[in-house]
Design a protein around this ligand. Structure first.
Ligand code: HEM
Length: 201
């Protein structure tokens, strides 16, 4: 696998890998989608500013998000091994490493073809098309589209105290969080593609 960001040591993290399918939309269409979220170059600046603030907090963020999932049985059930009813810890650890890398990738805000292709892959990995396949796991076969989309709010809303740790002014923290909202909505929109009927995306 190509070493895209010095991350070849994360099992199953395939950004830039030739094994990943090409995104069904083009970079030009991605530009239109960004425009639909009012995402601008200024958002890129604030996402990249958040990189320095979050780079050593990715693990804590993932733990916090998982805490939210654990509190809600309709979400917690997704990571149970269907053969035992117990959480699949090995799967959880592997996915967790990739989730941490996603925090860094989102903050890096580099929107090239490899990134776009990987957004398609992340959608597929939540959908029955590819869930469990990367790690050979036996957990729930599919994450409901409604849970995937709604969880966007649970991702960005509780990020504020983490963004505040960089010591930036409240105004700059607001701006970083707004850029995260736009990026999250942009990404979950791309991830929703496998959930839509052919021709509807
Ligand atoms: C918008 C909100 C969400 C974000 C930002 C997010 C983020 C991610 C990321 C970055 C990955 C790893 C992708 C990779 O393989 O590189 C992942 C995988 C996964 N996520 Fe999510 N996720 C979200 C919603 C959810 C929800 C609601 C659940 C269920 C409670 C969930 C459960 C999982 C599982 C089980 C995997 C592993 C899928 C596999 O088998 O490959 N995610 N998620």
């Amino acid at each position: 696998m190509e070493d895209h960001h010095g991350t070849k040591d994360i099992p199953g993290y395939d950004l830039g890998s030739p094994t990943i399918a090409k995104s069904p939309i083009s970079l030009d269409e991605l530009s239109d989608l960004k425009a639909s979220t009012l995402f601008t170059d200024e958002d890129v600046v604030y996402l990249r500013l958040s990189y320095d603030v979050l780079k050593d907090q990715a693990e804590e963020l993932v733990t916090m998000w998982r805490g939210i999932i654990a509190l809600h049985p309709h979400l917690a059930e997704y990571s149970q091994d269907e053969r035992t009813g117990e959480p699949d810890k090995e799967y959880g650890e592997k996915v967790g490493k990739r989730f941490e890398q996603w925090v860094l990738d989102t903050a890096r805000a580099e929107y090239d073809q490899d990134w776009l292709n990987y957004q398609y892959e992340i959608g597929l990995r939540h959908h029955r098309a590819k869930k469990n396949k990367t790690d050979g796991a036996h957990t729930a076969a599919h994450i409901r589209g409604r849970d995937l989309i709604a969880f966007s709010a649970a991702i960005v809303s509780p990020m504020r105290p983490y963004l505040e740790k960089g010591g930036h002014s409240a105004e700059v923290v607001n701006r970083m969080q707004e850029a995260w909202w736009k990026s999250m909505i942009l990404q979950v929109t791309l991830w929703s593609q496998p959930y839509m009927k052919d021709g509807d995306f």
